[in-house]
Ligand binder design. Structure first.
Ligand code: AMP
Length: 516
């Protein structure tokens, strides 16, 4: 069990620093005791095996304590993006049906706007309407409550963008994360005292590796807070924290290059540089490798549905040709990646097909959504293998190395966020006075990698304009989902089959329309 791995580390290295953020530091012993106390209180408040605890907390040591406490109580935590508008958070709470919602003062405005059915507790500070807070936690015993969790039980649910407008909850079990750690920790050589970045938000799948990779091996987890925003701040953070591992989405790598934040011979403590979640431009990698020479550089590939990553490729030398994409490599231990056609039959080597994942990292499915689970998790005829259809295209070369080749659908990555363009269209269509709309993505020069573009028409006599529409949309979607380019048309263009001409729109956005 994941929390047991952390408890074992706490027994071995009680005085070592476990979590750091700004001026705050928690030792392993403190982390253990704090999560035990909160676990006991959660139990008293009715959290039992499989019950959800939603976390409305910013990235912080307290949020890590809440995660571990939920697991120790036998529950399943659901980290929620507190920067999302209340309507979207409400949808997540409605399907998660939490027994307890743990919020902090920072999320006070948000929690005030929500209809919370479970019990509201305050994880840190004071919060209006909270039924329990730090005082009740402090009164609890420091010993962990007895655990009845088994590896197949859910540990957390991560909500990702859903094409029909409702976020999809990917159920992640203890065993899924453990399988990744069993491969990754020996591969990367994590050791006590390592100083590891915690850059992705805690509702991102990648953060799971930061948290449990670090805290099961006696390392220090250095959470990158909201103040560390600009390229120069990020570089200063890596330097001053003397990090031994940096792990983030490629957009952040590109952002630091654009900001010219990395000096020659920078980050002398770094031993490993790892990225995942989207394509890293080879030119960006070359910039890093020329300036930061010591570490190993590894590309991890994989969707949340197969936990953290399913394949890896460690770059052997600084690429000479920046037009050659970086491979996604070979399957991580316990995983298999098949290149299949639409009937789930293997395609010949070197041909492009859909990447389908099998093995220990596979999720049991989407939370309370049998239909979507049945669409994405299939049994391969003949082999009987359970596979997840990623929607990613790829091919295997002569050496059996995998290469990524784009998407089959309209899921995109922007600033590392996974976005279904359909979710944006659904939110737009719900706004009064919008006639038709089409959301497309075009490559962008900026670090975000992709610009979200919206073409729309309005209903007759409407006074809706792009700024008003953007404002209305921002009340339904988080800011990273808001289109950067807008095109108001009397009616949307059609292709010969009568469908909206998305290809034509993409061309227009790429060449004619500038951003707001
Ligand atoms: P998420 O569930 O947020 O991790 O997003 C998963 C998707 O991100 C995958 O299906 C891919 O489309 C994309 N992705 C993840 N890792 C990589 C990578 N190393 N290179 C290219 N795309 C990636």
């Amino acid at each position: 069990m994941l929390h047991e791995r952390v408890s074992l580390a706490s027994e071995r290295w009680p005085a070592q620093t476990a979590v750091v953020m700004d001026e705050e530091r928690l030792s392993y012993a403190e982390l253990e005791a704090a999560s035990n106390r909160l676990a006991r209180l959660l139990r008293q408040r009715g959290v039992q095996s499989g019950e959800r605890v939603c976390l409305l907390q910013p990235k912080s040591p307290a949020a890590i304590v809440s995660m571990l406490a939920t697991l120790k109580a036998g529950g399943v935590y659901v980290p929620v993006d507190i920067a999302s508008p209340a309507v979207r958070v409400q949808r997540i709470l409605d399907v998660a049906e939490p027994r307890v919602v743990l919020a902090t003062q920072t999320a006070g405005k948000l929690s005030g706007e929500l209809k919370i059915k479970g019990e509201l507790g305050c994880a840190e500070g004071e919060l209006e309407g909270a039924k329990f807070g730090p005082l009740e936690v402090a009164q609890q015993d420091n010993e962990a409550p007895p655990s009845e969790t088994s590896p197949a039980d859910a540990a957390h649910i991560l909500f990702t963008s859903g094409s029909t407008g409702v976020p999809k909850g990917v159920v992640i079990t203890h065993a899924m994360v453990a399988a990744f750690l069993d491969w990754a920790l020996p591969y990367f050589g994590h050791k006590p005292g390592d100083r590891i970045s915690g850059h992705p938000p805690l509702h991102f799948d990648l953060s799971t590796f930061d948290i449990y990779g670090t805290l099961s091996s006696g390392g220090e987890l250095h959470l990158v807070g909201p103040k560390v925003l600009l390229p120069a701040h990020l570089a200063k953070f890596i330097r001053e924290s003397e990090l031994t591992q940096w792990f983030s989405v490629p957009s952040t790598f590109a952002y630091m290059v654009k900001g010219n934040a990395i000096e020659e011979g920078d980050f002398p403590s770094l031993e490993r540089v790892v990225w995942c979640g989207e394509v890293l431009a080879p030119a960006v990698l070359v910039h890093w490798m020329q300036r930061v020479r010591k570490p190993s550089y590894t590309n991890l590939y994989g969707p949340t549905e197969a936990t953290i990553a399913s394949s890896y490729y460690t770059v052997k030398e600084t690429p000479k040709d920046t037009s050659v994409p970086i491979p996604i490599g070979e399957p991580c231990g316990g995983e298999d990646i098949l290149v299949l056609d639409e009937h789930l039959k293997g395609v010949p080597p070197k041909e492009t097909g859909e990447l389908c994942i099998a093995g220990a990292g596979l999720s049991p499915g989407y939370w309370r959504d049998e239909e979507k689970t049945a669409e994405a998790f299939l049994t391969q005829p003949g082999s009987g293998l359970r596979v997840y259809r990623t929607g990613d295209l790829g091919r295997k070369d002569e050496q059996g190395i995998l290469h990524y080749a784009g998407r089959v659908d309209s899921q995109i990555k922007s600033r590392g966020y996974r976005i279904e363009l359909g979710e944006i269209e659904t939110a737009l269509s719900a706004i009064a006075d919008v006639g038709e709309c089409a959301v497309v993505a075009v490559p962008s020069e900026g670090f975000e990698g992709t610009a979200i573009c919206c073409a729309w028409s309005s209903k007759p006599d409407s006074e809706l304009d792009a700024p008003k529409l953007r404002k209305a949309l921002s009340e339904a979607l988080p800011s990273y989902m808001l289109p950067a380019k807008w095109l108001h048309l009397p009616e949307l263009p059609r292709n010969v089959s009568g469908k909206i001409d998305r290809r034509g729109l993409k061309e227009r956005f790429a060449t004619e329309v500038s951003g707001v």
